[in-house]
Design a protein around this ligand. Sequence first.
Ligand code: ADP
Ligand code: ZN
Length: 622
Amino acid sequence: MTAQPALDRASGPSRDALSVLHSVFGLPGFRGAQGEIIRHVTEGGNCLVLMPTGGGKSLCYQLPSLLREGCGIVVSPLIALMRDQVAGLIEAGVNAAALNSSLTYEEASDIERRLLAGDLDLLYVAPERLVTPRCLSLLARAKVALFAIDEAHCVSQWGHDFRPEYVGLSIIAERFPDVPRIALTATADEMTRKEIVARLQLTGAPQFVSSFDRPNIRYEIVDKQNATTQLKNFIKERHAGDAGVVYCLSRAKVEDVAAALSEAGIPALPYHAGLDAGVRARHQDRFLNEDGIVIVATVAFGMGIDKPDVRFVAHLDLPKSIEAYYQETGRAGRDGKPSTAWMAYGLSDIVQQRRMIDESTGSDAFKRVSVGKLDALVALAETVHCRRQRLLGYFGETRAEESCGNCDNCLTPPKMRDGKVLAQKLLSCVYRTGQRFGAMHLIDVLVGRLTEKVTQFGHDKLSVFGIGRELNEKQWRTVLRQLVAMGHLRADSDAFGALVLTDSARGVLKGETAVMLREQPEGARNRAVRGKSRRGELAPAADSPGGVANPALHAALRAWRSDVARQRGVPAYVVLHDSTIDGIAAMRPDTLGELRNIAGIGDKKLEHYGDELLRIVKSTDG
Ligand code: ADP
Ligand code: ZN
């Protein structure tokens, strides 16, 4: 345990945080706890910051780095993230650089020289590099303003993003006890939070916990039938022309889905660890720099992707935990505009994830934790109540309102029905057939289908044969899935996919346990959630681009931005954010002073682009 470091006030004349926010970043004020965090760190305090994606974590260490003497060292796990952040900072006139494995020896030496000469405000460093003796000795000779440990949950061995190289970061506190440490993450359940505090020696340091709500994200979880077709419809009906990320579990599926989308006229690109590094980089660049690209990826993609205008995140397979789901869906709508988190989920997902856990080489304790996390996610998928409420509840946040008005369950509340008899029929069928068969065969028996397998095992002679004709195969699948989710049935991982009864099934069979089932509305739910939400705002149906002010000017500004981005080789949002483009189009500024008042226009951007932007405004009608 370390004591709080002594207050280490910047010795030079401290520029006021608000004026730096205004002049460098072009922003009028702080958001949420930013101001408080920035003051605390600037005064030399350690802290842990928990803020959702898009909440504004970067400013929490960028501003103190500018306000304190010396250079802020930012530990960040991904080169892509570093590159984009550094590009954005340089655009804003900040002396920023990154040290990572993509540099040549000369480039790295030059950055080291600038650090020692005091010419850098911010330096991003990969964790494995930071802990090398060479880098530690370099930092010991430099003036370090602070250490920011971004994506701090990567230290957690229980977490979904564990990175062994993060464990070594405990050396920061040992070697630089007097330099403030700020750890930041968008994912932290209680257990992860404790691990961060222990590993980074933040005992006693304040924890700034923001609301994790992402009100602009609409959560939707649909029953998986033909996932690829459902996805195509979802994109075409709701997000035509939008940028999005589609997550799949396997590389093969990534390729298949990307091909299917492309065939359907949706510009989709695959991304997974099996692709050549050059191809991966090219696909990522196109996703960042062009409008409306859909990337189909394994979870290898996304951490460190700062693209603010991702309009949807779709899951075709179940993630491992609510943390993973929340982090992945959180990549949608960083800019605060309406976005959708869509997932198709079915029985096979639960079975598959369970098998992966059972077959993993982890300890029993690890498997137990993993099963608990999977169960929590399945419960979210099955709930008939507000999904946002559930999600936030998982992170320990309670809300006064019961209904958020912006998730599928709130917008079209699912119907519930008494499922006791259906459950009994299904569980009896599992029992009578000897607890050795998977979903397909069980359903064949229930609906009385004379397949080869049914006759082979003589299951047409059983009392349960044909007792379930009131439902079709699709409906039985959802009943089955819900019984697995409720824990009355379990997929036996020893006998591939076989469903077996659990202890709690007995209560259902005896009629002692009530079973309420969710009725799946016929047809896709895609359509059901369109239209007005309860609060009356229009649903973010992407087929209406959301009524921008002065569309011709808007289009002209975007075209100009694309050109500039291409010439400079940076993502479009590094030049100007969408919200800044919206602001200029809406305000039609006549003078540099008016332009300067639009959020996102700092001194450097005004200097570089001001005249050009005014010229575009003047020359474009409407
Ligand atoms: P995080 O790292 O928490 O995901 P970022 O730091 O990337 O979030 O910020 C998300 C977005 O919010 C960025 O576009 C950023 O410019 C914007 N933002 C952050 N703080 C403010 C603020 N005080 N006022 C306006 N916009 C802000
Ligand atoms: Zn809701």
